[in-house]
Design a protein around this ligand. Structure first.
Ligand SMILES: NC(=O)c1ccc[n+]([C@@H]2O[C@H](COP(=O)([O-])OP(=O)(O)OC[C@H]3O[C@@H](n4cnc5c(N)ncnc54)[C@H](O)[C@@H]3O)[C@@H](O)[C@H]2O)c1
Length: 480
């Protein structure tokens, strides 16, 4: 995996010094020319390196990674100087209640449940990384109220979904999934009737977001024309064209593919009426969310031959794990048995985003988010937290005091900013220069980031004590 984070200067005395020392030894056995080049590069990097932010009054930061989340992220976070404990399994609530109190960050997938009880026990926790798309496993409100920022990776698998859709378009058009199933049963059925090339056909995309727009480019590369419908006016890619209504898209497309989020407005968006609006012999593909299509109506449209085929990857209810005999009416509802009988219908078990590449991207994205939040306080793209970022402070010059970054999570009440700025400009504690400041609020929680220049260790202590004892304080950190 490529490096996804800048590696800060080593923290002296950390357990990872041994790892770094062995790297230095390896470097010193290189050729003299290589060494000179490396030294020049190192000097250049040293000159432009941002200051290494270290937490004030906090021991070495400890990260708990569960559910075998990205090995690459674990390695990079260790190399960045954090203590990382990496476990293959999810932890039960009991295990979390016992162990979570010693960690500053946690990385999970969907099986570890961070309930409000667990969050209460997580006295040092600053940040949660969900190495997946969903965040239902975390009590997001309780986390925000405790000043804990949560990250996930909602778009790392967009390309994987778009590629699956392209494969489905061709598979439906050539009916080869049915041919393959027949052959596995011993039936040779070589037919060309009702089988088509996709070149020159029209792909209608509903929802032109991360996935829809990638798909648009891939489809055009195969010679298809692309129409799309979206509630927002969106700039087309290539020769694609936005249409004004869903009906217009349905009646003008040979293939209709759905890429909208699950919202009250998209629930049952495609039912009997919309299917009737589609061209006879057209195809429907749903890789978005299971609630968007009325599956019984889809089965009727396929059985009556109004539609020539369909692909479905997502369902209104889905099995909790893998196993035999789980996709049945008894387990999920009548739609499952009805769908299994339909001609030229490709059913897949919610695999749209399930690729090795998507998993790796999730590791990079969430690992980077954890690193940046712990090291610089950056909360951009957080799930439920105010989003704040500032340019990373420059390294102080020789003999200059450090710059400190104040990170203050507080209740969103009037007068807090004034109070903090009064502390920073108080003649008794030191009249500090605030070089940059940024604040955002969300659902009653606010987050202030401020860089203060030329501060001594003593100044930082006094700022920390005064800000963290203000009335609306939830959590204060200072990096310096
Ligand atoms: N099958 C899978 O494994 C898989 C994997 C990833 C994502 N998904 C699903 O795919 C869907 C799309 O994901 P994305 O990352 O492209 O989302 P996105 O947020 O980037 O794009 C969604 C688009 O839909 C548009 N939209 C919203 N409501 C609409 C409406 N009523 N009519 C028309 N357009 C509307 C939005 O304006 C936006 O442009 C989501 O439902 C997501 O959960 C499925």
């Amino acid at each position: 995996m490529s490096n996804f984070i800048p590696i800060p200067t080593p923290r002296s005395g950390s357990p990872h010094d041994a790892v770094r020392a062995s790297r230095v030894d390896a470097a010193s056995s290189a050729s003299p020319k290589a060494l000179v080049n490396r030294n020049i590069l190192a000097a250049a990097l040293e000159q432009y390196k941002p200051s290494t932010n270290q937490p004030f009054r906090t021991e070495q930061l400890r990260i708990l990674l569960l559910e075998n989340v990205s090995q690459g992220a674990a390695t990079q976070l260790r190399e960045a100087g954090f203590h990382v404990d990496h476990f293959a399994k999810a932890w039960s609530e009991e295990e979390l209640l016992q162990g979570i109190g010693q960690y500053h960050a946690i990385g999970i997938r969907s099986k570890t449940k961070l309930t409000s009880k667990v969050i209460k026990a997580a006295s040092k926790l600053l940040v949660v990384g969900c190495f997946c798309i969903g965040t239902n496993q975390v009590d997001l409100g309780a986390a925000a109220e405790s000043g804990i920022c949560v990250f996930n990776s909602p778009y790392a698998n967009s390309r994987s979904v778009a590629e699956l859709v392209i494969s489905q378009v061709i598979a439906l058009s050539r009916q080869y999934v049915d041919r393959s199933n027949e052959l596995k049963q011993g039936t040779w059925n070589k037919v060309s009737s009702g089988c088509w090339e996709v070149r020159g056909k029209t792909l209608g995309i509903v929802g032109y977001g991360h996935i829809g727009s990638q798909l648009s480019v891939l489809a055009e590369a195969m010679g298809m024309s692309v129409l799309y419908y979206d509630v927002l006016p969106i700039m087309p890619l290539g020769q694609a064209r936005q249409v004004e209504s869903l009906e217009q898209l349905l009646s003008s497309s040979d293939f209709v593919t759905l890429h909208v989020p699950e919202l009250p407005e998209t629930k049952n968006m495609i039912g009997a009426k919309e299917l009737a609006c589609m061209r006879k012999g057209a195809y429907l593909l749903n890789n978005a969310r299971g609630t968007v299509v009325q599956l019984e109506a889809l089965a009727d449209a396929l059985n009556s031959k109004h539609l020539a085929g369909a692909a479905v990857d997502v369902y209104p209810s889905e099995p909790k794990g893998n196993g035999a005999n789980l996709f049945t009416g008894a387990e999920l509802g009548p739609f499952a048995d009805k769908l299994r009988q339909c001609p030229n219908l490709i059913l897949t078990p919610h695999i749209g985003g399930s690729t090795e590449e998507a998993q790796r991207m999730i590791g990079i994205e969430v690992g980077t988010a954890l690193f940046k939040y712990l090291s610089y306080g950056t909360s951009i793209n957080a799930v439920q937290f105010p989003e704040v970022d500032l340019r990373i402070p420059a390294k102080p010059k020789e003999g200059e005091n450090r710059q400190a970054r104040i990170l203050h999570v507080h209740k969103d009440e009037p007068g807090v900013l004034k109070e903090i700025n009064t502390i920073l400009s108080d003649e008794n504690t030191g009249h500090f220069n605030v070089s940059k400041q940024y604040s955002d609020s969300r659902d009653g929680i606010a987050y202030l980031m401020a860089d203060v220049t030329d501060v001594s260790e003593h100044d930082i202590g006094s700022i920390f004590d005064r800000i963290s004892s203000t009335k609306h304080n939830i959590l204060t950190r200072i990096l310096h």
